[in-house]
Design a binder for this molecule. Structure first.
Ligand code: ATP
Length: 393
């Protein structure tokens, strides 16, 4: 059981600063996931906690005790590596019990603990085998069993599922999360897979370029991303990001793209901006005055059984150049829909589901002000559409 605190951690390799002012407190029993694109500094942060890398500056505390200068093996942390790092010449039983034998525990006690961990992971029938005689999923379980027998203060996971196929990854992430909850052990888990982050974490830490971009529960980050980066990183298919401009004209403030007009709060600063719309926020049908309404031409349909992904293009908004490229959006509709390429149909998005980001990529709070005096504006058919958008004025 442990609390963990990273305080102002920076790490450079030569001239290359790979972790910048990293501050994070992990509560006792919490499961925190570090997620971000390749090279953003996730593994380096985890390795500094494990004691496998030394921070260039800053301090790390475990249970409020500074462990920055404590050697790795004295930290009472168990790490599960992406490669599993099993000893090939040892049996599964010896691999699982290795740390206990280093502690000079009696052989009988080691055997009992190894068997208990192996039973928990359902690999007790494999104890006599060597790692090369195991499947990838079985090796991953051995690596987890080896971590739990140590009864560590915290588990550190470095992409432990990335070598498994998609089906096995799904069951393994459920098992790891259940196990961690049963044991109540604090965990820090590194992945570049946003689905693992969303499904496993109590809290997610999104990193980019060595910096923390946002910390929060999965739903906080999903519903309220603070930047285009976070909005695009979490969710599959990703958020539709529509590039445009915030324009102050004729007493109103609008977001304008090639295909959309949207009234904004009068104090919204002018300049380049991005409108974010989650695929599931695009609802078929006309909607009402409190919705952004648009007309989409179906380009491609993917029927997944339980849901349908529809690639749409919207084009030809008022004032838009006829040569303006159509805006491509993806809608995610529950259930099965009989749609075909070329169909034209109305969609709407609730005001609270629109996210507007400024020129720096950060969210503009309260920028979208929708009035009940919404008026529809007929558009020229631009890209072959009858009507492209509804304008709120
Ligand atoms: P991935 O998802 O690909 O594992 P990551 O987010 O975990 O990426 P890190 O492994 O922490 O990223 O690496 C961050 C940066 O630090 C990368 O640019 C990497 O090349 C660099 N780096 C990591 N370890 C070293 C090292 N020992 N020496 C020099 N540079 C390193």
């Amino acid at each position: 059981m442990a609390t963990i605190a990273f305080n102002n951690i920076c790490k450079s390799f030569g001239e290359n600063q790979v972790v910048r002012d990293f501050n994070l407190t992990i509560e006792d029993g919490e499961f925190v996931v570090l997620v971000g694109p390749s090279g953003c500094g996730k593994t380096t942060s985890l390795r500094m906690l494990a004691g496998l890398e030394a921070p260039t500056s800053g301090r790390i505390a475990l249970n409020n005790v500074d462990i920055t200068d404590v050697p790795s093996k004295a930290r009472e942390l168990a790490m599960v590596f992406q490669s599993y790092a099993l000893y090939p010449h040892m049996s599964v039983a010896d691999n699982i019990g290795f740390a206990l034998s280093l502690q000079k525990r009696p052989a009988q006690a080691i055997r009992a603990e190894v068997l208990a961990a192996a039973k928990r992971l359902e690999i007790d029938h494999l104890l006599a085998r060597k790692p090369r005689e195991l499947s990838g999923g079985q090796r991953q379980r051995v690596a987890v069993a080896r971590a739990i027998v140590r009864q560590p203060q915290a588990f550190l996971f470095d992409e432990p599922l990335s070598n498994l196929d998609a089906k096995l990854r799904h069951s393994a992430r459920v098992e790891i999360r259940k196990l961690q909850q049963q044991l109540g052990t604090t965990a820090l888990y590194v992945t570049h897979d946003q689905i693992e982050a969303m499904t496993m974490a109590d809290r997610i830490v999104v990193m980019e370029g060595g910096c923390i971009r946002q910390v929060g529960t999965p739903m906080e980050l999903y519903m309220h991303p603070n930047s285009v980066f976070v909005a695009s990183f979490l969710g599959a298919p990703p958020t539709n990001c529509i590039a445009g401009e915030i324009v102050h004209a004729a007493g109103s403030v609008q977001f304008r793209s090639d295909s959309l007009r949207l009234a904004l709060h009068p104090e919204t600063p002018r300049g380049p901006a991005t409108l974010g719309i989650r695929p599931e926020s695009l609802q078929p049908g006309e909607g009402s005055a409190v919705h952004l309404q648009l007309q989409g031409a179906v380009r491609f349909v993917e029927a997944l059984g339980a849901e349908t992904l529809v690639d749409l293009s919207i084009a030809g908004g008022a004032g838009a150049s006829p040569q303006a490229p159509p805006t491509e959006l993806t809608a995610r509709l529950p259930g099965h829909h009989r749609l075909a390429s070329g169909d034209i149909l109305p969609f709407h998005v609730a005001k609270q589901d629109l996210r507007l980001f400024g020129s720096d990529g950060n969210v503009l709070v309260d920028a979208v002000a929708v009035t009940d005096r919404a008026s529809e504006e007929r558009m020229g058919d631009g890209g072959g559409l009858q009507r492209a958008v509804t304008e709120y004025v």
